[in-house]
Design a protein around this ligand. Sequence first.
Ligand SMILES: C[S@@+](CC[C@H](N)C(=O)[O-])C[C@H]1O[C@@H](n2cnc3c(N)ncnc32)[C@H](O)[C@@H]1O
Length: 267
Amino acid sequence: MDIAPSAVEACCAGLYGHPLVELIAGQSLHPGGLATTRRLLGEARLPPGAHLLDAGCGLGTSARLAALEFGLTVDACDVSAAALRRATTLAANAGAAIRFTEASVLRLPYADGTFDSVVAECVLSTTSKRRALDEVRRVTASGGTLLVSDVTATDAIMAPEPLASVLCLSQAWRPGELEELVVSAGYTVARAWDETTSISALIDRVEARITLLAALARDAGSDQLGDFGPGLARLGDPGRVAAVFDEARRLVRDGRVGYSAVVARAD
Ligand SMILES: C[S@@+](CC[C@H](N)C(=O)[O-])C[C@H]1O[C@@H](n2cnc3c(N)ncnc32)[C@H](O)[C@@H]1O
């Protein structure tokens, strides 16, 4: 099912800027965290000063890494104004000069061929993938690179929309689809690898934090937890939380959900 991008964008815009998401998932909002990002950027072999776009940057964590560790000139965009506000603060605190713009990957406000490289981590599967890849290719110079990591699934995973899209499930890439669409958007795949083990680590970490925070909310009373209180109070009972994470682990163990990385060169 190809759902309206605007519904997902609205949901993402609200979700990813929420402080509770940062508390639970951390600042790098994809499986593998900065280790996966570091590998993608390393594979791209970009010279210092090369111009990178972090498309769907969330809290700008990969953008900061690219600027501070790889010496790149970095633009970053996202549909979430709240996430961008937080990303701007985090970048300023870290001394990273990044230009943040509120924009959808479906309508990038940059001229053709602006970037030497575009990184899109856990983003394309939240939106219309073919349109997003065409738009990303448009703003990438010939010979530039595309760096993608994203969720894969062997079949449609049932979860209510637009939540399933925001969690990169309902529109997850089918086996082989990522490479296929990347090629049809005008790239040649240089490297592709499996990152599925990093999903399991993320599931464990997120479950541990949710369980801890839910216990805190129960014991302290949500009114004692300031701005986090109302969100934490809604986390639900521990049995339900555990069942959701067990199901997620089962999907990964059965090979129905995975995580893939691709590095491709623009033709
Ligand atoms: C799973 S998070 C990943 C964030 C970041 N790439 C990272 O790995 O830390 C997905 C992000 O994509 C953003 N997003 C969703 N749809 C988008 C779109 N159409 N254009 C730009 N950003 C989008 C969300 O607001 C969210 O910040």
